[in-house]
Design a protein around this ligand. Structure first.
Ligand SMILES: [Zn+2]
Length: 401
């Protein structure tokens, strides 16, 4: 299986990356042989992957990173780099290659300090003699200061350094940075393509895979979670009941509180899974005495960890709310399709009764306004409006009448 196999429904991007990996390989090979580099090259030092959530931006970047490190002997026989089997490909894909750094933050922003560390790392010559690859999965989370630090590195890269930045859209990245990157756009893969990969790669039963792919409208990670995680299914069921519960003000406020509580519950679960272990590890590293008493001068480090955990909790909560909002948007899109007799596939076939009820009880104009209310809530959250306030405003706007 080649490194590109997880890249679902992105034929054009895949071709471009494969061509660049081929040229990158030619550069490395000619250099090693003491020959002049090839004239034209599709390889470059900075790439920007954009596309809607779930389209596979990070997957594309990681596949490219692996192809750049491919050392398969087949390459000499005309084989493509990116075999998926050789040591270079394999270690890159599982995250242990010495020259591939994947930065995935669980925080809301990436600061100057973290970025400086990365830039320093990027200056190193690749230990394996090929490329030093830095994958920044959340380039949209760079603070402005961090962006400026990164800009310098992207402007004057070391000869064998490659930056792979991922962001939802071009607007999420500083103009000065994006103008120095080659830009690749990923699209939302088709429902069939997502169902296919769930069956092929994750061994999910075809019917369950098709239902999950449809319900999540081509978002691969969410589809997989929905098909395999009982909790995710319960969460979605709760969200899809919201439209039936917003008959009066009391119902609206209650539904809002429940959405917030569910997101908080998610964050708590993640915290329980990670925070305790992380704290224990740091305490041990700092030399805590028996009984947990900390040596002098370690309070700062402990405090820093606490801050970090708090920021991570906020992000988990936000991500969870975001998911709920996209489920709600999907619900009202289905309602609209029914009202307009559109011949599109219904995403939430499993709650058909609710869809029919709302569709018959309202008009397409009303449904459009409801979709707008959900989108407005997401925007408010992006602007850091207090979550409960934003969600209450939404449920009130969803109210019948
Ligand atoms: Zn390989």
């Amino acid at each position: 299986m080649a490194v590109w196999d997880d890249l679902v429904g992105q034929e054009r991007v895949r071709e471009q990356l494969a061509a660049a990996a081929r040229d990158a390989d030619a550069l490395v090979t000619s250099h090693a042989a003491g020959e002049a580099p090839p004239d034209a090259s599709k390889m470059t030092h900075a790439w920007l992957f954009t596309g809607p959530p779930g389209s596979g931006r990070a997957t594309a970047a990681r596949a490219f990173a692996a192809a750049l490190q491919c050392v398969s002997p087949d390459r000499a026989l005309g084989g493509e780099p990116g075999c998926g089997f050789c040591d270079g490909c394999h270690t890159s894909l599982v995250g242990t290659h010495a020259d591939v750094e994947v930065v995935r933050t669980d925080l809301l922003s990436i600061g100057v300090k973290e970025t400086r560390d990365l830039v320093r790392r990027a200056q190193l010559s690749p230990a394996g003699g090929r490329w030093q690859v830095i994958v920044l999965e959340d380039a949209d989370r760079l603070t402005e200061g961090a962006g400026n630090v990164l800009l310098k590195a992207v402007e004057e890269p070391a000869p064998r350094t490659v930056w792979l930045l991922c962001a939802p859209s071009l607007e999420d990245v500083l103009p000065t940075i994006r103008s120095r990157c080659r830009h690749l756009t990923l699209r939302t893969p088709s429902v069939d393509a997502v169902a296919d990969v769930l069956v092929r790669r994750d061994g999910i039963d075809p019917q369950a895979a098709a239902a999950a792919a449809r319900a999540t409208q081509g978002h691969i990670d969410h589809a997989r979670r929905l098909a395999t995680d009982e909790r995710a299914r319960a969460r979605r069921a709760t969200v899809l009941k919201v439209p039936l519960r917003v008959d009066d003000v009391g119902g609206c406020l209650k539904a809002a509180q429940e959405l917030i509580d569910a997101a908080g519950e998610d964050a708590k679960q993640v915290a329980e899974e990670i925070d305790v272990k992380e704290t224990e590890e740091l305490k041990a590293a700092l030399g805590a005495a028996q009984g947990g008493r900390m040596p002098r001068g370690t309070a700062g480090a402990m405090k820093e960890l606490e801050e970090r955990q708090k920021r991570r909790k906020t992000r988990t909560q936000r991500d969870s709310l975001d998911l709920a909002l996209s489920d709600l948007t999907g619900f009202y899109r289905d309602v609209l399709a029914l009202q307009l007799n559109a011949r599109t596939q219904i995403a939430n076939e499993d709650v058909r009764d609710s869809l029919d009820r709302i569709a018959h009880g309202s008009t397409p104009e009303r449904t459009l306004r409801r979709i707008e209310a959900v989108l407005a809530c997401r925007e408010a959250l992006d602007k850091n409006v207090a979550p409960l306030l934003a969600v209450e405003a939404m449920t009130m706007a969803l109210r019948a009448g």
